[in-house]
Design a protein around this ligand. Structure first.
Ligand code: CUA
Length: 378
């Protein structure tokens, strides 16, 4: 059969598209948030299951395609060839190609069920130092409430190394999915139903977390980082977070920023020691189970993240920007171009279209004072 030039080009185009797409997918697996580099037992179990299924699938693929290619070449039509032997109704073959896939699928089922049981809530190891965190999915950022320590943060979740962490997942808006590829697989965050997830981090460091369920326009920009501390670092972090914000010196740029915060930001954001007396457990206060605590009740259920220790976080606005402190010194003449926090304050809708942040147009001086104040909240 003759293939026209157009068809040939189309075939090559399709082949190249497949190749480039698969290399892009493979490249995505090698990044910092790769499931192929697990750093805890839960993620390791899930990665093991991934390899088991991948290897079985590859073996099946190679064997089936091998037989297919061999048959195509070996038994291709040649002039004068007789009709091939007909095998319709061959009982042995029928039994073999029913039994072999069944056995293979039962092997996959065995490892899948074993994997599910290994990471199930019931398999959570006993640990006297267990840390329990409520992760709250907002549109589009993550809030973390530590009930035992009575602290609430956003964007950055601190946990101690080699310690069981139980995460209770709460949403009062849409379905999100909590995912830290190197520590734990995806768990849905469903309104009206609290899922739980446990995991352990075996190595200190920072791990990227993501939302893995499409939840609106900024779904891809709903990220957080998990900071795994030594037990001492974790305790220091907890006691720092428990403190109210340090008041700025009167007459300073920071003090101007605080005044501006009270005028422009205090309806949606809380700062303990400024416009809030304590941290709020959003999951409890914003739940439909608590009448009078609907999300429009901004005292009990603030719209934006608590900023009491904003300066200590690594992400801004649900991970859409990195918190580049070095560029955010108020004396930086290029503050608006270089400091991500300043960019965010200048035009939050340009940075993350569709987000809930509503702030009037600020002058450069106002942005400078707000940056100085927020950066001082360590
Ligand atoms: Cu939250 Cu996607």
């Amino acid at each position: 059969m003759r293939v026209s030039g157009y068809c040939k080009t189309k075939r090559w185009f399709a082949l190249l598209s497949c190749l480039s797409l698969s290399s892009m997918l493979l490249a995505a697996c090698g990044g910092p948030a790769s499931i192929l580099d697990p750093q805890g037992p839960v993620a390791a179990n899930e990665t093991f299951l991934f390899w088991v299924i991948l290897i079985i699938a590859l073996l099946v693929f190679v064997v089936v395609e091998g037989i297919l290619l061999y048959s195509i070449v070996r038994y291709r039509e040649r002039p004068g060839m007789p009709n091939p032997r007909q095998i319709h109704g061959n009982m042995k073959l029928e039994i073999a190609w029913t039994a072999v896939p069944t056995v293979i699928l039962f092997i996959v089922l065995f490892f899948t069920i074993r994997g599910v049981l290994q990471v199930a809530p019931e398999a959570e190891p006993a640990d006297a130092n267990k840390v329990e965190v409520t992760a709250i999915g907002h549109q589009w950022w993550w809030e973390f409430h530590y009930g035992k320590y009575n602290i609430t943060t956003a964007d950055s979740m601190h946990i101690p190394v080699n310690t069981v962490v139980r995460v209770n997942l709460f949403s009062n808006n849409v379905i999100h999915s909590f995912w830290v590829p190197q520590l734990t697989g995806k768990t849905d965050v469903v309104p009206g139903h609290t899922n739980t997830r446990w995991f352990v981090a075996k190595k200190t460091g920072e791990y990227l977390g993501l939302c893995a369920e499409y939840c609106g326009t900024q779904h891809a920009n709903m990220r957080f980082n998990v900071i795994v501390d030594t037990p001492d670092q974790f305790q220091t972090w907890v006691s720092t977070q428990q403190r109210a914000a340090v008041p700025p010196a009167s007459g300073s740029l920071e003090a101007q920023g605080q005044t501006l915060f009270k005028q422009q930001c205090a309806t949606c954001h809380g700062i303990v020691g400024v416009n809030a007396t304590r941290y709020v457990d959003t999951a409890a206060m914003c739940s439909d189970a608590f009448p009078g605590s609907s999300p429009s009740n901004t005292t009990n259920c603030p719209v934006g993240p608590n900023l009491t220790h904003f300066g200590s976080r690594d992400f801004i606005a649900g991970g859409v920007l990195a918190h580049n402190r070095a560029q955010c010194h108020p004396n930086n003449p290029n503050l608006l171009e270089q400091c991500n926090l300043a960019k965010w304050l200048q035009n939050p809708q340009a940075v993350k279209p569709g987000n809930d942040m509503a702030i009037g147009q600020l002058t450069t001086e106002q942005i400078r004072s707000l940056v100085a104040y927020l950066e001082s909240l360590q």
